[in-house]
Design a protein around this ligand. Structure first.
Ligand code: ADP
Ligand code: MG
Length: 265
């Protein structure tokens, strides 16, 4: 497209996701107070932090579910929600926003599957309707993705017949069907019974191992230690500490990180 013509292609960008000076308020409450975050392609970033610290809002800005008040958000170098004309930022049309959003996978705490569609239809829907891919091709790819999350035998079931862990694995397959540049997870195991957490973490672990770019909000500290390249600690709308898991989790320097870890470990 002409507005991106001067930019390099996705694979040539240093960062898959890049936030600079991002601020967001709701009424008088400033929820993001100047967030800088850079995620390289193929990296796994885990975001930790107390409830209300702005983790979900941060993820939502990346997917343009929230518009920022200040700062910039880029996915593969492309400004999210805006185009630059000289020094001026112009808002994108709704259609262009949908196009951008289709390149970003989002997995919610509560799965959000379409109840009236089968598992296979849930996974194939967006590629067919939003990306205009041929129906047969989208369904074949959906079947492959269901196999990848261990649910090939559930393709014709409706979501209500599945366990929470199975539903979340379908939601992950659905996110992958868009061939996203990055997949965002907002507490993907928080709504699950404890015995179902492992099967979902296994799937995410597999994606991490395949070189997918992932940004994961979770309270699973052990999982963070295992899969994260970078752990980010948010507190009150700011990133107070970030680095490799061994540094942030085992040798935290910021008092808020120490307090948070003392609380959850
Ligand atoms: P976290 O995911 O870390 O728990 P959130 O990003 O959900 O934090 O929320 C951060 C703060 O922003 C909370 O105080 C929350 O109440 C507030 N908030 C989030 N979304 C909205 C909204 N749409 N309108 C008003 N306040 C909101
Ligand atoms: Mg949240």
């Amino acid at each position: 497209m002409s507005e991106t013509g001067s930019e390099a292609t996705a694979s040539e960008h240093e960062y898959a996701v890049e936030l600079r000076g991002v601020r967001k308020h709701f009424g008088a409450h400033e929820v993001l107070r100047g967030v800088d975050l850079a995620v390289r392609p193929g990296e796994v970033t885990v975001i930790l932090g107390p409830s209300g610290s702005g983790k979900s809002t941060l993820l939502r800005t990346i997917n343009h579910l929230e518009q920022v008040d200040a700062g910039t958000v880029r996915v593969s170098g492309e400004l999210v929600g805006y185009r630059r004309r000289g020094a001026v930022l112009r808002e994108l049309s709704e259609r262009e926003i949908l196009r951008q959003r289709a390149r970003i996978g989002f997995v919610f705490q509560n799965f959000n599957l379409f109840p009236h569609l089968t598992v296979l239809e849930n996974v194939a829907l967006a590629p067919i309707s939003a990306q205009r891919r041929p129906r047969a091709q989208a369904r074949a790819e959906a079947a492959e993705l269901l196999e990848r999350v261990g649910l090939a035998d559930k393709a014709r079931e409706y979501p209500r017949r599945l366990s929470g862990g199975q539903q979340q694995r379908v939601a992950i397959a659905r996110a992958l069907a868009l061939r996203p540049r990055v997949v965002l997870f907002d507490e993907p195991t928080s709504a699950l019974d404890p015995e179902l957490v492992g099967e979902v973490l296994d799937v995410i672990r597999g994606l991490a191992g395949d070189g997918s770019t992932l940004v994961i909000v979770t309270h699973e500290i052990g999982f963070a230690r295992e899969v994260a390249d970078t752990v980010v600690l948010m507190d009150d709308g700011r990133i107070v500490e970030q680095g490799p898991p061994a540094q942030v989790l085992d040798q935290p320097t910021h008092p808020r990180t120490k307090a948070f870890l003392a609380h959850v470990l």
